[in-house]
Design a protein around this ligand. Structure first.
Ligand code: ACO
Length: 373
């Protein structure tokens, strides 16, 4: 089965998607409810420990994450040594792998140790992402500030400005929407690594590697490139027609599982409207609405609708996040899902060792070098 399409790779109780109904649930709770009532850290707790935290548990978890946001100066030094033209996902992967070397209590059999590893990873990914974004331009790393919320602090470390409440709240919802999505390439990659009983830093570093590829994490960056290529509202219709004529995809449309509008896109569309109502419409906002209108006219009959990536790029851009940082921001959120799958895998671990269908030859003779043509 190429790509293991349709082959269950694990039993899981973490999240579920109903692609026909447009329903996404984390631990049985619908994404719409989490997006409107929860925070990213509360949702991360839910994913990791399969229940909503009690008041004191949430306070402790938030305090633990807040206390572990700082990264060691040697990690900063490592980031400074990376080429400034390098892809931020490579920098993130390298820094996360290096992080594991500083926290050698690596026995994955110890629940206490696993808790602190999860806390460190969720806490430190935003600091690494923001540090690389600044250092590559020759700017200083901005250390985290404890009194800021998770999302406020990330935007502060990135831009050196405390964001407006609305902007931070919208980023927090974006992180909730990206925190988990059943079995997919990066989660599977992390699970395979986890099944060898490798430490969680290595598990997350391998998942980051899988997320980097353009077939997985990078579609929102491509939506922004498409909007820039189109340029003006009048050019949307000819652009979409020309793409479909050439049988090329409209970026941000379609999904393997969802055959209705992606529920995350519905939420993001509302957030986009809120954001641009507050800060004034940008030409890109008008473009994105027109692409959706024309795209739906031409693609809805094929059950191809906007997906989560259709709106996330324009939201991130409005927040001042550079477009090559979109996938690292995705990783900052998805680390919660990866870690939840890692903990689940450890409960009944079995080393992944799939089979293959060998299609090569047998019994070939070894030809000495001087006899080869
Ligand atoms: N633009 C135009 N036509 C499309 C698109 C699209 N984005 N997506 C699907 N279609 C068409 C297909 O060409 C096909 O047409 P046909 O029946 O005339 O041949 C029909 O719709 C059915 O498509 P499927 O084959 O069922 O779609 P599939 O599940 O193979 O593809 C995919 C899903 C890869 C995501 C595709 O929709 C795509 O390339 N989208 C653009 C990239 C993108 O936005 N990716 C992000 C996905 S969300 C995420 O990963 C977080």
């Amino acid at each position: 089965m190429p790509g293991l399409a349709g082959v269950p790779a694990a039993r899981s109780r973490i999240s579920d998607v109903d692609g026909q109904g447009g329903v996404l649930e984390y631990r049985g709770i619908r994404i719409e409810e989490l997006a409107s009532k929860s925070t990213f850290l509360e949702t991360a707790f839910l994913l990791l420990f399969s229940r909503l935290p009690a008041h004191l548990e949430l306070e402790r978890f938030t305090a633990d994450i807040t206390r572990h946001r700082r990264i060691k100066f040697k990690i900063i030094d490592l980031i400074k040594c990376l080429p400034e033209t390098g892809h931020p996902m490579d920098a993130l992967q390298a820094a996360v792998a290096a992080l594991g070397m500083f926290y050698p209590g690596r026995s994955v059999r110890d629940p206490e140790n696993n808790y602190w590893s999860a806390v460190r990873l969720i806490a430190k990914l935003p600091t690494i992402v923001a540090a690389f974004a600044r250092i590559r331009h020759g700017d200083d790393h901005v250390p985290p500030r404890d009194e800021l919320s998770f999302s406020e602090n990330f935007l502060y470390m990135l831009t050196e400005r405390v964001p407006d409440r609305l902007v931070a709240d919208i980023l927090d919802v974006c992180l909730i929407l990206h925190a988990e999505h059943t079995m997919n390439a990066s989660t599977f990659c992390g699970l395979v690594t986890a099944s060898t009983l490798a430490d969680p830093y290595t598990v997350v570093a391998s998942a980051i590697g899988a997320l980097k590829g353009p077939l997985h994490g990078g579609a929102n960056e491509e939506v922004m490139a498409m909007l820039r290529e189109i340029g003006t509202v009048e050019r949307v219709r000819p652009y979409v027609y020309a793409k479909l004529e050439k049988k090329e995809p409209i970026m941000g449309f379609g999904h393997r599982v969802y055959k209705v509008k992606d529920p995350r896109a519905v939420i993001l569309q509302q957030l986009t409207r809120k954001l641009f109502a507050q800060y004034g419409k940008s030409p890109l906002y008008e473009l994105v609405e027109e692409v959706e209108r024309v795209g739906l006219e031409l693609l809805a009959h094929k059950k191809v609708y906007p997906n989560v990536d259709f709106y996330s790029g324009i939201v991130y851009e409005q927040m001042g996040i550079p477009s090559d940082m979109f996938t690292p921001v995705f990783a900052m959120a998805r680390v919660a899902g990866w870690l939840a799958h890692w903990l689940e895998q450890l409960q009944e671990n079995k080393l992944y060792r799939p089979d293959q269908i060998y299609e090569g030859e047998h019994g070939r003779r070894y030809l000495p070098l001087d006899q080869r043509g």
